[in-house]
Design a protein around this ligand. Structure first.
Ligand code: ADP
Length: 635
């Protein structure tokens, strides 16, 4: 039989290198990872066996077996699950860099995982963790369902692996670890037993170990016998009564379903009865998994029907804006042979989904009310995702808006307020809720757009997420108050003094017209500003229009965005504007006035955070002015 040799894909090679040299202090997690894979393989087989009778016939009772052989120095993890074909094993263990692997390597470069080996558990790189304790790994596997030969995969993690067709009596997979000399403790029965108890007790299939025990024998007295003993308790944790589950078990199970290393922020465990009968065990993670903003991020808890796993991520069970939720939903109403297609518009699934959404949002609201600091930590990780719900879940947008946190002109950096608190602090006379989209808190505070608001004592919410502007456009109002961007629309904070305004408009009419002529279609309109206090000018958008920052993001995403014309607002109370007005009155054809207008516009473009369309023209105008001024000064 031919032995085929393959090189590991580059990312896998790199990953193996990390594993071999790992200083990780909890190397025992390798066993958890292998048992987890074995359990997944049995899940798959059990699911297939519902429709393929050959599988169940071949399999016998599901089980995972751990066998240590001290003489040979090997530890073997066996399962009678789905197994792999030659083609599958070549891909799964060597050629395909799972998205987890690539992300892991990126994190490695960024965060130096060598120093933070606890990250190892996070990335779904499970199998390779075997190389933390083994110098060589041999995998013997046979695919369930008949038809294919068994195959043996082997590697010493030196950059390549071999595969060879072989014989194997039973279907499923044996993973044989040739344990490194310095890791021999992993061959010790009591060590293994305690690792299994600690990390894998909740696995629903029996995890058995062959143990040697003294037995009384009728004829020969004491005798040593080898027998199989089940180590784990094995009851599906979500079916247990909440009061009977210690927190540590929940946390261990969370690690199993999430591939996270740490503890979850919140455990939600409940049983629904009535129109729909199901059990949900859901987790809100404490840390955002990598890739949560990627398109191919797998969303949804695992779906079980009467304890049989149907799929490990059921995206129909959860809206995208709650995609950080991990866990298990076990339904008693769905048919066992439910397929992905059937889930699409399934009424039962719809009911479960609604129920879960309500439960999760209520849990978050409670956390915000009772454990604000914990909520802030959650929000820093997942607020960006949660707020998408305002856009996509119209019926719940106000409930979700209640969960949002923002810094504001009153909070100081790094602190947060909420819409409720904002309303509570609104001074008499303020009618709307105001916000400013910005890149940093400091930039927002320096922004000319908030001058007048500050002056009046109005709080301005500061939105630092790039999608905020779109989200707020979708929210439109909160508890009957309009939510308005301070960079859009006509703001007149001063309701009194309309006659003064009329007067100012007349006074500046000539200058406004001149600027309009000079800038042409670069601006939509030129008008006097109601929002400026110390600055001379700014550009604003139309109410409901796109924010310039958002415009750029959409363009970067390859979307056609029509360039929206902005409105130039000038501050009649500013000495520069007043001076320009009086120059224009005397001689509106004076060339220097054109330069001023050019500069004024350039200033406004820079202030809104955009690039001037023609930087060299702006620079020329500035230089010319400097030369003139320097000329005066040097005389
Ligand atoms: P993950 O389990 O996160 O996908 P692993 O590196 O642990 O990553 O495993 C890679 C793949 O190898 C699995 O997705 C699965 O297809 C296959 N595999 C691993 N162990 C087994 C097993 N015991 N039985 C069948 N397939 C397995």
């Amino acid at each position: 039989m031919t032995v085929l040799k393959y090189d590991f894909k580059a990312e896998v090679k790199e990953l193996l290198n990390v594993m071999i040299h790992s200083l990780y202090s909890h190397k025992e997690i390798f066993l958890r990872e292998l048992i987890s894979n074995a359990s997944d393989a049995i899940d798959k087989s059990r699911y297939e066996s519902l429709t393929d009778s050959r599988i169940i016939d071949a399999a016998g009772p599901w089980k995972i077996k751990i066998a240590a052989d001290k003489e040979a120095g090997t530890l073997t993890v066996s399962d009678n699950g789905i197994g792999m074909t030659t083609e599958e094993i070549v891909k799964a263990l060597g050629m395909i860099a799972h998205s987890g692997t690539t992300e892991f390597m990126n994190a490695l470069r960024e965060k130096d995982v060598m120093d933070r080996p606890e990250l190892i558990g996070q990335f779904g790189v499970g199998f390779y963790s075997a190389f933390m304790v083994a110098e060589k790994v041999t995998v013997r596997t046979k695919k369930a369902g008949g038809g294919s030969k068994a195959v043996v995969w082997e590697s010493t993690a030196d950059g390549s692996f071999t595969v060879e067709e072989s014989e194997k009596d039973t279907v499923g997979t044996d993973i044989v670890l040739h344990i490194k000399d310095e890791e021999k403790k992993y061959l010790d029965e009591w060590e293994l037993r305690s690792i299994i108890k600690k990390y894998s007790d909740y696995i629903e299939y029996p995890i058995v170990m062959e143990v040697e025990r003294e037995r009384k024998d009728e004829k020969e007295g004491q005798a040593k016998v080898r027998e199989e003993e089940t180590i784990n308790s094995g009851k599906a944790i979500w079916l247990k009564d909440k009061s009977a589950v210690p927190e540590s078990d929940y946390h261990e199970f969370y690690r199993h379903v999430s591939h996270d290393y740490g503890d979850p922020a919140e455990v939600i465990h409940y049983r629904a009865e009535g129109t729909s009968e199901f059990v949900a065990l859901l987790f809100i993670p404490a840390k955002s998994p990598l890739g949560i903003l990627n398109r191919d991020f797998k969303i949804g808890p695992a779906l079980y029907v009467k304890r049989v796993q149907i799929m490990d991520h059921c995206e129909q069970l959860i809206p995208e804006y709650l995609r950080f939720i991990k866990g298990v939903v076990d339904s008693s109403d769905l048919p066992l042979n439910v397929s992905r297609e059937m889930l699409q518009n399934n009424r039962q699934i719809e009911i479960i989904r609604k129920n879960i959404v309500r439960k999760v949002l209520d849990t978050l609201a409670d956390m915000k009310k009772n454990e604000f600091e914990k909520y802030v930590a959650f929000y820093k990780e997942f607020g960006r995702v949660l707020k998408e719900g305002i856009h996509y879940d119209f019926s719940r947008r106000e409930q979700i808006a209640d969960l949002l946190l923002f810094p504001s002109t009153k909070t100081g950096p790094g602190a947060f307020t909420t819409f409720q608190d904002y309303l509570g602090g609104m001074p008499a006379g303020q009618e709307d809720i105001y916000y400013l989209a910005a890149t940093t808190y400091e930039e927002a505070l320096r922004s000319p757009y908030i001058e007048a608001f500050r002056d009046k004592g109005y709080e301005v919410l500061i939105m630092l997420d790039e999608i905020d502007d779109i989200i707020m456009g979708g929210l439109f109002e909160y508890k009957g108050k309009k939510v308005k961007s301070v960079t859009k629309g006509d703001v007149s904070l001063d309701k009194t003094g309309d006659s003064d305004k009329e007067e100012a408009r007349e006074k500046f009419e000539g200058l406004l017209r001149l600027i309009r002529e000079e800038l042409g279609d670069r601006v939509k309109e030129v008008r006097l500003s109601g929002r400026l206090k110390d600055s001379a000018c700014c550009l604003v958008g139309e109410e409901g229009g796109l924010d310039p920052k958002m415009e750029k993001i959409l363009q970067a995403m390859g979307q056609e965005v029509p360039r929206t014309q902005r409105i130039l607002e000038i501050n009649p109370a500013h000495p520069l504007i007043e001076a320009m007005r009086s120059i224009a009155e005397r001689d509106r054809g004076l060339p220097i006035l054109k330069e001023y207008i050019e500069l004024l516009y350039g200033e406004a473009v820079l202030l809104e955070g955009s690039k001037p369309e023609d930087p060299s023209r702006l620079v020329q105008a500035v230089t010319k002015l400097m030369v003139e001024n320097a000329g005066h000064l040097s005389k």
